[in-house]
Design a protein around this ligand. Structure first.
Ligand SMILES: [Zn+2]
Length: 221
């Protein structure tokens, strides 16, 4: 569940000034075989051997806990976060890598709390979540000293998120579930969900055209 927590502006700013996210290797692989353009959606499941191949690192955030993210994704995210911070926009990680088991727990929680229709719209069936890849990050934002992390509240922050979205491609990220593309992605619009694709050039093409990863890959077939 996302929550809104009111906190003091000065406290927040001091936290953000003094604590910078850092990364640490949690496991070492001889070579990186990550397919950064991998498509994971309701029709396309996570490749079988993905979880054994992915190189994850721990990312420590200034706000609270530690998040697991794919290595290059973590490095790119930190650059994005810093670039936004320089423009006085504060983002923080909210949800990152999830195992299939963790996804099942989320599914079960949403089912109880919101019912089947909402769950099917917003929660991926275990095995089909992009969060299994380690290449997806959900963020929350801090505005006027207040953490905004509820889905509806973030969606309402149109101006703030349009500034954030304008920065994504520069660091190899795309907006994965845009407004108006629900029929293609299979999910409701998520202004907070960013996907790393490891190519600034392709990310710019996708973001400039306002298309989805599905549409981009279709044109390359
Ligand atoms: Zn997400």
């Amino acid at each position: 569940m996302r929550r809104i927590k009111s906190i003091f502006i000065l406290f927040m700013l001091s936290l953000c000034l003094f604590t910078v996210s850092s990364c640490r290797k949690t496991e070492k692989k001889e070579e990186t075989l990550t397919d950064y353009m991998v498509l994971v959606n309701k029709q396309s499941k996570l490749p079988e051997d993905w979880e054994s191949r992915i190189e994850l690192v721990d990312v420590y955030t200034s706000l609270d806990q530690t998040y697991k993210v794919e290595k290059k994704t973590a490095e790119a995210y930190e650059k994005l976060r810093q670039a936004l911070y320089d423009e006085h926009i504060i983002i923080a990680l909210d949800s990152t890598y999830r195992t299939v088991t963790q996804q099942q727990e989320i599914w079960d929680e949403f089912l109880v709390e919101y019912g089947e229709e909402y769950t099917k719209t917003y929660v991926a069936v275990p095995g089909t979540s992009e969060h299994h890849t380690g290449l997806a990050v959900d963020v929350k934002v801090v505005k006027d000293g207040v953490i905004i992390d509820e889905n509806d509240d973030m969606t309402a922050e149109k101006e703030l998120f349009s500034k954030i979205h304008a920065k994504l491609a520069e660091f190899g990220f795309i907006l994965r579930y845009p407004v108006g593309k629900e029929d293609i992605t299979g999910y409701g619009a998520e202004v907070w969900h960013f996907r790393y694709i490891d190519s600034v050039e392709i990310a710019k093409e996708i973001m400039d055209k306002g298309i989805t990863l599905e549409e981009y890959l279709q044109t390359k077939q």
